[in-house]
Design a protein around this ligand. Structure first.
Ligand code: HSE
Length: 443
C-alpha cells in the first residue's frame, strides 16, 4: 500500500503540539523503530488548516497541505493519526478513515468517552484497528498494561492521578502559595492544558480517562456523564497547609473499584474528586504534570505506573507506540487486533454502579462561620446528630467577622455526612457552603 519499499505509511491530521512531537519521534528514533519492526514507519502526509506556522521540524518528503479527505484517501497512508481534538470534526475524520479501510490512532479521550460505542463499533465493523494509548495518562502505557500485561487478572481497583494540568496546579499552589489563575496560565503555556482548560480544572478530562479505564478494567459500559466528578476549583492555600498538618497532601484522583458480591454480581464505583492522601504514600509524591496510576489485580496485587501525563514528547511516545503495534499487525496480515477496550465488544455490558451515598470514609470539612463562640458546638452537634464522629478540629480566625473551622471526620457514610452538611448549611451561623474533601487512606 505504501509508496516506499516495505515502509508503513502514516498520515497525521492535526499538526499541533502533539503532532509535532510525533514527527520528531519518528525522525529522531527512526533507526531504533526500524530495528524493532524490521521495516520503516514513514510520515507520508500531514493535514492541518495552519500551513504557515514553523513547527521547527524537517518536512522534507512529507506531503503537507490542508486536504484531509485527500490524506485519508491517499494510498501511501496506511494509518491515520487524529490529533485534532473536539468532537464533531475528528469523529467525522475517524469514521471516514475507517470507511476507507484505514487504521486510526487518536489521543482524543473526550471523543472516545462520549462517542465510544459508535467509534469502536465502526472500527470493528470495518475490520480495522483503533488505538488510543495517548488518550489516558499521556506517556504511561497504562492501556497496554491493562489490555495485555494484566489481562489474566480480575481487576479490583484502578486509582490514580490522571490529569497533568491539575496535578501541576495543585503542586505549584502548595509549594509557591501562588493563586490558582497564575499557575493555571503557566500550565497552559507549558502545553499541558486542554484547549478548554475547564475540562482540566473541573475534573472532566480525568473523568474522560477514567471512563475508558473503567470499561477496560471491568468490561463495564460507562455513561461518562454519570461519573460523579468534582474538580479543584475553590481550594485555598489553607487547605494545603492544614492537609499537611494532618499528614496529607491533596491530589485529584480518578477512582474505579469493582465491588464483587458473594453471588458474583459486580457493581462499579467510579468517581473523580480531590482527595486527601497520606503524605507518605507514593501517589502523594507524584508532582508537577506527572501522572501515576495504581492498578490492583487479584493475581498480581498492587502495581503502580508513573510517568509524564501530558506534554509534547511523552504523548507523542504513546502515539508512536500505537503506530508500531498496528504496523506489526498490518505486516502479520491483519490477524486481528487485540480488542481495543480489552474485553470483546459483546462482553462490554452495563453494570450496576455503587452510588456515592453508599461509600464509607473519612472527610476533611472546611466551614466559614460567623465569629460566634457557639459556631463550633453547632457544627459538631449537627455532625454528631447524624452519627458523624469528629476526629480533629482546627479553628482559624481571620481577624474579621468570620472564622474558618476545619473538621476531620471519623469514618461515616456519605449519606449521613450529606444529611449533616445539609443541616449545617442551613444554620444562620454558617456563612458559605462547606468545602468537603474526601480522605483515602489506602493508596
Ligand atoms: N490536559 C491533559 C492533562 C492533557 O493535563 O493531563 C493530557 O491528556
Amino acid at each position: 500500500m505504501s509508496g516506499q519499499q516495505d515502509a508503513i505509511g502514516v498520515g497525521l491530521i492535526g499538526f499541533g503540539t502533539i503532532g509535532t512531537g510525533v514527527v520528531k519521534v519518528l525522525q529522531d528514533n527512526a533507526a531504533e523503530i526500524e530495528q524493532r519492526l524490521g521495516f520503516p514507519l514513514r510520515m507520508a502526509r500531514i493535514a492541518d488548516l495552519d500551513l504557515e506556522t514553523d513547527r521547527g521540524v524537517d518536512l522534507t518528503g512529507i506531503h503537507f497541505d490542508s486536504d484531509t479527505p485527500g490524506l485519508i484517501a491517499d494510498p501511501n497512508v496506511d494509518i491515520v493519526i487524529e490529533l485534532v481534538g473536539g468532537y464533531d470534526v475528528p469523529r467525522k475524520f475517524i469514521l471516514e478513515a475507517f470507511a476507507a479501510g484505514k487504521h486510526v490512532v487518536t489521543a482524543n479521550k473526550a471523543l472516545l468517552a462520549v462517542h465510544g460505542r459508535e467509534i469502536f463499533g465502526a472500527a470493528s465493523a470495518a475490520g480495522v484497528d483503533i488505538a488510543f494509548e495517548a488518550a489516558v495518562a499521556g506517556g504511561i502505557p497504562i492501556l497496554r498494561a491493562l489490555r495485555e500485561g494484566l489481562a489474566g487478572n480480575k481487576i479490583e481497583t484502578v486509582l490514580g492521578i490522571l490529569n497533568g494540568t491539575t496535578n501541576y496546579v495543585l503542586t505549584e499552589m502548595e509549594s509557591t502559595g501562588e493563586d490558582f489563575d497564575v499557575v493555571l496560565k503557566r500550565a497552559q503555556e507549558l502545553g499541558y492544558a486542554e484547549a478548554d482548560p475547564t475540562f482540566d480544572v473541573d475534573g472532566i478530562d480525568a473523568a474522560h480517562k477514567l471512563a475508558l479505564l473503567t470499561t477496560m478494567a471491568y468490561g463495564a459500559e460507562v455513561v461518562f456523564d454519570e461519573i460523579p466528578t468534582e474538580g479543584i476549583r475553590g481550594l485555598v492555600p489553607l487547605d494545603f497547609e492544614l492537609a499537611a498538618e494532618f499528614g496529607y497532601r491533596i491530589k485529584l484522583l480518578g477512582i474505579a473499584k469493582c465491588h464483587r458480591d458473594d453471588d458474583g454480581t459486580e457493581r462499579i464505583e467510579s468517581r473523580v474528586n480531590p482527595t486527601l492522601i497520606p503524605k507518605s504514600s507514593m501517589l502523594a509524591n507524584v508532582d508537577g504534570a506527572m501522572n501515576a496510576v495504581e492498578v490492583i489485580g487479584n493475581a498480581v496485587g498492587p502495581t503502580l505506573y508513573y510517568g509524564a501525563g501530558a506534554g509534547e514528547m511523552p504523548t507523542a511516545s504513546a502515539v508512536v507506540g500505537d503506530l508500531i503495534e498496528i504496523s506489526r499487525e498490518i505486516k502479520r496480515g491483519g490477524a486481528g487486533p487485540v480488542a481495543p477496550l480489552s474485553y470483546l465488544p459483546q462482553h462490554i455490558v452495563a453494570k450496576e454502579s455503587v452510588s456515592n451515598d453508599e461509600l464509607m470514609g473519612c472527610a476533611y470539612l472546611r466551614f466559614t462561620t460567623k465569629n460566634d463562640p457557639a459556631a463550633l458546638g453547632q457544627l459538631t452537634g449537627a455532625l454528631g446528630g447524624e452519627s458523624v464522629g469528629v476526629a480533629s478540629v482546627v479553628q482559624r480566625e481571620d481577624g474579621g467577622d468570620s472564622v474558618t473551622i476545619v473538621v476531620l471526620t471519623q469514618t461515616a457514610s456519605e449519606a449521613a455526612l450529606g444529611r449533616a452538611l445539609a443541616k449545617i448549611e442551613a444554620l444562620p451561623v454558617v456563612m458559605e457552603a462547606p468545602r468537603v474533601i474526601r480522605i483515602e487512606e489506602e493508596v
